[in-house]
Design a protein around this ligand. Sequence first.
Ligand code: PEP
Ligand code: MG
Length: 540
Amino acid sequence: MITVKGKAAFGGIVIGKVKEFSKEKNVVRRTKITDVQAEYTRFEQAREIAIEQLGKLYDKAVKEVGEANAAIFEVHQMMLEDDDYLDSVKNMIETQMVNAEFAVATTGDNFASIFSEMDDDYMKERAADVKDISERVIRVLSGVDESKSLTESEEEAFIIVADDLAPSETIQLDRSKVLAFVTRQGSTNSHTAILARTMNIPALVCTKLDYDVDGRLAVVDGNSGKIILDPDDETIASYEKLLKEEKERKELLLRLKGKKTVTKSGKEIKLYANIGGVKDVGSVLQNDAAGIGLFRSEFLYLQSDTYPTEDEQFAAYKTVAEMMAGKKVIIRTLDIGADKQIDYFDLGKEENPALGYRAVRICLDRPDVFKTQLRALYRASAYGNIAIMIPMIISLWEVQKAKELAEIVKTELKKEGLPYGEVEFGIMIETPAAVMMADELAKEVDFFSIGTNDLTQYTLAIDRQNAKLDMFYDSHHPAVLRMIQMVIDSAHRNGIWAGICGELGADTTLTETFIKMGIDELSVSPAMVLPVRDKVLGTE
Ligand code: PEP
Ligand code: MG
């Protein structure tokens, strides 16, 4: 039994046979031509066929993964219309008198290396795209039959292992014949990974799989990001148990997917999901959440060795907004400090970190860091339905200051001609001070989201990290429940909505209580969306 780690692009577990997919390398030879015009016409014809093929892939993708995710094929079509790209091919054919295949391959390689050296993750990803389109044109030039997909001749479903997969190869897969895919290269932000998520296929990328894997039995665990080759009986049994649980969840899904989350008396609850990053969006869609109620943006910072740039953040927020295709995406601004320490922030040692330099306090003290994030958020808002939410508020001035910085950012973007959309601006209520100030705070914002994890910690004076205090920790403590009621009442008195995004929101023994209190929104982990919907449907 061999376990190999990879990066999970999309969760889920499968057990099955592996099929190694090795691409036939199009070996492109350089040959001398004599008729430049004829060669350029050959290229033009191949380019047109490639654009047509991409149009078909776009239509297929729109049906299977939606317009926003299909857009990559339009981008590929546009790349084949790009003047710089075309000039380079033409120039090589003319000046070097070489065949079209060679001119396309060299241009593709040159452009790919320019993209991959750019200091921007989004642009780096474009290297794979330009290679993909160039290979497509070369295949057309060499007369390769494009209609065959990887899965066409297969009877059974299997786990695909490949060095890498292009978006066009991924979308052509027959979903019913693919259990999972595992690539040795690729990144979790690549379009291939995004497609896998939307197609609901467990996927691992960057997997150091230096073995002969074809035909071997394997378990792909997309939840913890690993592939286990030749699993022993015990491993198979434990994964079969997990699969059974997953099956039960899927049955619930079949029963509840597509249904509105409404009580028997007709009140609709916004049932959203909590995520830590782009890789979780697939399970949000899979579990049919109506939106994202808490995107913990600090994970972008935690996963990085240095401050994530505006462009890096923009790419992540934009991807999530696009994948959610118009559904609400509430992104919480940086919430570090306390249990989430990041070396490069150099926060220093504190006696009481939970009561210390954290979250909005850092953002207001370091407006450079905060403004970078706000710029990325507003820029991404042009691509979907983004809302901004500020954590750890205790005072009115903090909200006013944050809004002031948001206005400055919007003015800057307008001046620079960068578009942004309508953005709801809300705050988390997770300190007793915010609860007591809720009436005043409500006048400044569009919504409240109650962070019951911290609200419980600060109300009960119990460190949420300290396991020794478990016997004192009562998550249903009346003090906390009364505070939740106060917050909902304040919100409604002031014409805004209130939700819960802390763990308590997923406690189905309290769903009925929250509905009676008048809660408008519940944001829970993706796996809890359907159990909570089930509960709401059964409540008066
Ligand atoms: C909370 O405090 O309830 C919350 C949702 O935020 P976090 O758990 O990330 O502090
Ligand atoms: Mg919190």
